[in-house]
Write a protein that binds this ligand. Sequence first.
Ligand code: HEM
Length: 291
Amino acid sequence: KRASVKCLNAAHDVKELPFQYVKEKMSTGNMAPCFVTETLNRARLSVEDDNVITTAVKEAASIAFAGGVETTTSTLLVFLLAMVLHPEAQAKAHAEIDRVVGKDRLPSFDDKPALPYVEGILRETLRWHPVFPLGVPSATTTSDIYKGYFIPKGWYHTVLAKVANDPDYQGLLAMTHNKTKYPSPDEFKPERFLHDDGSFTNDRMPLGFGWGRRACVGRHVADASLWIATASFLAAFSAHKALDDHGMDIPVIPKFTTGAAVHPEEFPYCIVQRFPCTSETLTHLTGLEQS
Ligand code: HEM
């Protein structure tokens, strides 16, 4: 009971607190445009009842927050881990960005088609360690029989995708680690998403976002924000193993949390700025005014 009260309060806070924060900042004219400001302003042009607008925007924003923050952050942590463990892949991405984008600006979405290796790194990140290794459980709305198993209606019964004939992996991981499609699946190899001539294969690794009616509604936002974050990071920084007091690499042994949604456990790393940055670039990168 105590745990459920905590959950109830957290569900209330995640809806209310960020929304109140934005409203307060809007009232002093101090809020940069965001999903909440834009949707509130637009809805007020066609809907009169402010309560209806407030409830709808609050619900939509909190669902996007709850669905998007942990998943996107976890994926970026997997990317960081991969870059620390695979300097050879990172060096190839750096070379591609320097050749296509140059060193004076950050990549933009217009550069995406010309950066197949960066694309490969993102797809391999989503494949190597998906946020939901078992997928997301569902419940059936009608009774069903699947391969001799009776799945009753109305009884809360979770259904997880499971791929048979693979003793090593379960659920979604068995698909992203399909040994026929992705040989040596535990290895991080962005090249598996590239043709021999270096062009992108168009395997966008959508599996991590689910499938069918309940597939992730935020997948396009997630895909775009992951791409721009990884491409910008690679343009501006490089990630390395941290050094100990004797200047030696501190070994990184990848470990993951357990649960429905997983992410790498804390690991030592070091991030180095690749080029002297103009304050404009740094402002763009961090969203913070530089002094
Ligand atoms: C790396 C980022 C993300 C991953 C890996 C991810 C993954 C998933 C998965 C596996 C599901 C369940 C699909 C199923 O049941 O088959 C899901 C559902 C959902 N996701 Fe995402 N997601 C991500 C980002 C986001 C973002 C950015 C948003 C919102 C802006 C979002 C909003 C949602 C919502 C609302 C659902 C429930 C959809 C429904 O039940 O109809 N997700 N996501």
